[in-house]
Design a protein around this ligand. Structure first.
Ligand code: CS2
Length: 476
């Protein structure tokens, strides 16, 4: 029998496992492939000096229970496998998470983690749709126990104020333009609902840096866990798989408050906004384009979709003709080269990133990733909007398919119920979708966009994707 080595045995590198400088909400695969790697490298670099720079992970979704139990079983340590497009991989043990807390079971511990003077950074990966505060406000006003991240934050910050704890960094690591400002704007009404004086105190005492985060991290498949076990003899049910590319751009204003994470891949810049814009509109919106096109043409993963020359051409057209021309330039960054890199990252066959992951949550992604490009193009004398509009038309087609099959339970989207209502009548759903104000706003008043959208829907229905794209690329 082969000998089995369990890398999770042994002591945690943390000296004080239950007091950490970082509290992170949303311990999904992305956090564990990205920020947790940086904090892990920092502590490995100097385990004594940075002993306290561990993470208290907070999970607030009922569906997180299995992950929390699994992580606790393995002392919060897990394997990260980073795959290059050439097929090489790097396998490491990540030991930066010291404890995980699950709401509502650990409500008191979560609240004291937020208010603890030891906590210097509270970071969030709560998805693009996580910044809606309707439920939080309702719970606060009714005086209920906290369940949502903004409710927890508001209560914890109120305690910090009473304790006189200043200098906290509250950091969104989600794919949202100006994520720091969006986080602050979402939090403010919740703070005011607790105490009208609280927003002013937070304004003076808490930093909300913008950040750009990037690392493609698909959902881990059983096949990945099996492959690791076959290769190493060790089975890790909390395994995370990612690409080898890594980027984290953070605002200079917080640099002095943090340990030297610039040594571990973090870039500090005075203004993160153009980096966010570039990444959201080329990579994330590009993902939506490739994902929806792939799905419509029968592919199940992003890398397979890109092997189709029509999809690759559509992506080129979108990135080079529609997105990049309306982005503000960044000194020293070649946008065309950036795009080629994104394209080769998407083509990484080791990732098996599913079109389903990309299409999930589209009602939150499309307005943040894609519509800013459409708006900017529409303001030009000769707008180039065909590929961006195609994403919207393909989204309609995808939702129409769900409506036809009465399969709404399949749709992963925070606005599932609202979308379902829009699709009650198939003859008017295309019109109702484009007039859905929370997503399209004033765009439904643009004749150019709306007529292109209807034409694309008509062509998709009568001709199919290849026939819609074929003549288009012959023509250009
Ligand atoms: C993807 C992102 O969810 C999506 O639509 O575009 O998760 C993407 O993989 C990451 O932002 C990469 O950094």
């Amino acid at each position: 029998m082969r000998s089995v080595v369990n890398p999770f045995e042994g002591k945690s590198v943390s000296m004080k496992p239950h007091r950490t400088h970082i509290l992170h909400v949303g311990v999904g695969a992305f956090h564990r492939s990205h920020q947790a790697l940086v904090w892990d490298q920092l502590r490995r670099f100097d385990p004594v000096r940075y002993a306290d720079w561990g993470i208290t992970g907070v999970c607030l979704m009922p569906s997180d229970r299995a992950l929390v139990q699994q992580l606790r079983k393995q002392n919060m340590h897990y394997t990260l496998r980073e795959f290059s497009a050439q097929g090489t991989s790097h396998t490491r043990q990540i030991q930066s998470i010291d404890q995980v807390l699950l709401g509502p079971d650990d409500r008191e511990a979560i609240l004291s983690g937020i208010s603890d003077r030891h906590t210097r950074v509270i970071s969030l990966t709560i998805t693009e749709g996580g910044y809606e505060i309707g439920r939080s406000l309702e719970h606060i006003l009714k005086g209920e126990a906290p369940q949502t991240v903004f409710h927890y934050l508001a209560l914890g910050l109120d305690q910090r104020r009473r304790d006189g704890q200043r200098g906290l960094i509250l950091m969104s690591c989600d794919n949202i333009q100006e994520n720091g400002a969006v986080l602050k704007a979402a939090l403010d009404p919740c703070l005011a609902a607790i105490d009208p004086a609280l927003p002013g105190w937070v304004e003076e005492s808490v930093y909300f840096p913008n950040s750009m985060v990037d690392r493609i991290t698909p959902a881990t498949r059983t096949a990945d866990v099996d492959a690791l076990e076959q290769e190493t003899g060790h089975r890790d049910e909390a395994l995370v798989v990612s690409e080898d590319y890594f980027q984290w751009v953070l605002e200079d204003q917080v640099r002095a408050l943090l340990p030297p994470i610039a040594n571990f891949g973090v870039t500090f810049v005075p203004d993160v906004r153009p980096y966010e814009q570039l990444k959201l509109s080329v990579l994330n919106a590009g993902h939506s384009l490739v994902g929806f096109l792939g799905e419509a043409m029968g592919y199940r993963s992003i890398h397979e979709s890109l092997t189709d020359p029509l999809i690759a051409a559509a992506f080129d057209q979108y990135a080079l003709q529609e997105a990049i021309p309306v982005l503000s330039p960044l000194n020293g960054v070649d946008y065309a080269a950036y795009y080629q890199r994104v394209k080769s990252r998407f083509a990484n066959p080791m990732l098996q990133d599913s079109t389903a992951r990309i299409m999930a949550g589209s009602s939150d992604k499309i307005p943040k990733f894609l519509l800013p490009i459409l708006r900017a193009q529409l303001a030009l004398p000769s707008p180039q909007i065909d590929m961006a509009t195609l994403v919207v038309a393909l989204w309609w087609q995808y939702l129409d398919g769900i409506a036809q099959r009465a399969a709404w339970e399949e749709l992963m989207d925070t606005r599932r119920d609202a979308l379902r209502v829009l699709f009650e009548d198939s003859s008017s759903s295309a019109e109702r979708l484009i007039n859905y104000e929370p997503i399209f706003g004033e765009l439904s008043g643009s004749d150019r966009f709306v007529s292109r959208y209807y034409k694309l829907i008509q062509d998709l229905q009568s001709l199919g994707v290849p026939q819609v794209l074929d003549p288009y690329f012959l023509k250009h």
